[in-house]
Design a protein around this ligand. Structure first.
Ligand SMILES: C[S@@+](CC[C@H](N)C(=O)[O-])C[C@H]1O[C@@H](n2cnc3c(N)ncnc32)[C@H](O)[C@@H]1O
Length: 269
């Protein structure tokens, strides 16, 4: 059976948040704990925006840690799930390419699991960073965690063979086959994922892409938008191997496949 191609605006996982949490479980709230640790270490105030909050589980963790959290996402299905299953934060629809939720109203913006890399073009990155700068109070923090474009320089292990994964959700076994390719002209890591399920449904093919952002390029974008980089490293973090644990301090290299950044909004001179 040849796969149906999913419309680019739709994504099986973001359209089905329960499936997303089943495919990417984080029962120990590692991502939320790592984020809270970054915020504490740098003395962030209580008001946090989680941009691209997805199912809301990290936003809710930060809320439970005592912060006043707003979760923002473009997916209506994600926002509905977050309101129902991860209450506490306020949830709003916003586009990370350009948003205005008020001026100086947050002490930190967090952007986790490569959401920032949905800024494919330089204009979209500029839109995101200028929106963050407007949203942040003086000395506010930007905390982001994503794939590292530099990892692909001279390495092909993630590109050579399709990756497969399987998991059971509500009695149905779902399998995905993921192929990654590079678009060097646009600096995009392109993903084709074919989903199959043992319930007789047709396979579904979906395509998405992340910006291949390099550490020095990210530094330059941040400086251009009035941010001082406090940390930029490849781990430990919530999605590194070995993963971050309480008490582990950030490294200094940017060589492995995940990139973590903490930057402070500078005051105007
Ligand atoms: C990989 S998920 C990460 C979700 C969550 N941050 C986490 O770590 O579990 C990416 C999220 O970004 C959202 N997203 C994609 N493009 C977006 C955009 N232009 N503006 C806002 N959110 C977007 C998706 O709906 C999805 O919830």
């Amino acid at each position: 059976m040849s796969p149906r191609t999913g419309a680019s605006a739709h994504n099986l996982l973001t359209d089905h948040p329960e499936l997303y949490e089943a495919r990417f479980p984080d029962p120990g709230r590692l991502a939320g704990r790592w984020t809270e640790d970054c915020l504490r270490r740098h003395g962030a105030g209580p008001r946090v925006l989680d941009m691209g909050c997805g199912t809301g589980r990290d936003a809710a963790h930060l809320h439970d840690a005592g912060r006043r959290v707003t979760g923002a996402d473009l997916s209506g299905a994600m926002l509905a799930h977050a309101r129902a299953h991860h209450p506490g934060p306020g949830y709003v629809r916003a586009d990370l390419h350009g948003f205005d939720l008020g001026q100086g109203v947050f002490d930190a913006v967090v952007c986790l699991d490569s959401t920032l890399l949905y800024c494919h073009t330089n204009d979209q990155l500029d839109g995101f960073l200028s929106s963050c700068r407007r949203a942040l109070a003086p000395d506010g923090l930007l905390v982001a965690e994503m794939r590292n474009g530099a990892y692909f320089l001279g390495r092909t292990d993630l590109l050579d063979a399709p990756g497969t994964a399987g998991f059971t959700w509500r009695g149905t076994v779902h399998r995905s086959t993921t192929t990654l390719t590079l678009n060097r002209t646009d600096q995009l890591l392109c993903r084709t994922r074919v989903w199959t399920a043992d319930d007789g449904s047709e396979p579904v093919e979906q395509r998405s892409a992340w910006r291949l952002l390099f550490p020095q390029e990210l530094r330059h974008f941040l400086a251009a938008h009035g941010f001082e980089v406090l940390e930029l490293h490849d781990g430990p973090g919530p999605r590194t191997e070995p993963p971050w644990r309480e008490g582990r301090l950030p490294g200094r290299t940017t060589d492995a496949d995940r990139l973590h950044v903490v930057a402070r909004r500078t005051r105007p001179a």
